[in-house]
Design a protein. Structure first.
Length: 259
């Protein structure tokens, strides 16, 4: 599929997704959401890629969220959001492969929701985050109102949502929303370092860990411990489940197959 609003490429085991609408601060509209969904579906289904990194073009914005100019021009007539939800991965998308957000600037509204939908967030030190939707009569309905209170204390999340204020990336890091803050020049190398560190672990073990952690969040501990997890079953039945202990005992680097 040719892409107009994003760039999508694969290098080794890593898939790179770049929002490419710098003239709109990488704001997203339904055609861009469809492209993101297509790219992330390809990532999910390709057995050769094990980690994804999503970022934005330029140094101003990861994504300014919903393209309000497009919404004003088209209103509710464009129904393509019924097919691809905002950002492609904020809802109706299940993938147990790790996804890293490399936040290169403003991550506001839907842009912040897209970052929150990722597993790890690396951010440039000039970035800001927030859910300003109520200031324009909207709601952070692409997961923001649900994910933010799961990431930080409820009162702080409510304060951010009800005032629609943005916060600095340093404050976001202090609150535990961000894994690492670096200068912009170091952003992609740092995201790639995280990706390569993930690639050092067994890929099926990483997916099982993600599924078990995320699926177990809504349950009491005893229920989470007793549930069955499909990704764990795949990992336990894999050659890698044997390769890991064998490589450890032989004092060598494991040769992960992902099968």
């Amino acid at each position: 599929m040719p892409y107009e609003f994003i760039n999508y490429e694969k290098k080794g085991r890593i898939a790179y997704v770049t929002i490419n609408r710098p003239d709109r601060l990488n704001a997203l509209h339904p055609p861009a959401n469809q492209e993101l969904y297509h790219a992330f579906t390809d990532f999910k289904e390709d057995p050769e890629v094990w980690v994804a990194i999503i970022t934005g073009t330029g140094d101003r914005a990861f994504s300014a969220g919903n393209d309000l100019k497009y919404t004003a021009e088209h209103g509710r007539r464009d129904r393509s959001l019924d097919i691809a939800r905002f950002g492609g991965i904020t809802s109706n998308y299940e993938c147990w492969k790790p996804i890293i957000a490399a936040v290169n600037g403003f991550a506001l509204g839907g842009g912040f929701e897209l970052a929150l939908a990722c597993d790890i967030i690396i951010a440039a030190d000039h970035a800001e985050v927030g859910l300003p939707e109520p200031r324009v009569g909207l709601v952070a309905g692409a997961g923001g109102v649900h994910r933010l209170p799961r990431h930080i204390p409820l009162k702080i999340a409510m304060g951010m949502m009800l005032t629609a204020k943005r916060i600095s990336i340093r404050e976001a890091y202090r609150l535990g929303l961000i894994n690492e803050v670096v200068p912009l020049a170091d952003l992609m190398p740092t995201a790639e370092r995280w990706a390569n560190e993930i690639l050092e672990v067994a890929p099926l073990s990483a997916r099982a860990s993600k599924q078990m952690a995320m699926s177990g969040l809504g349950w009491p501990l005893d229920v989470s411990l007793s549930r069955n997890y499909t990704e764990y079953q795949k990992a336990a039945a894999s050659d890698d489940f044997i390769e890991g202990p064998r490589a450890f005992s032989e004092k060598r680097k494991p040769n992960w197959k992902g099968a």
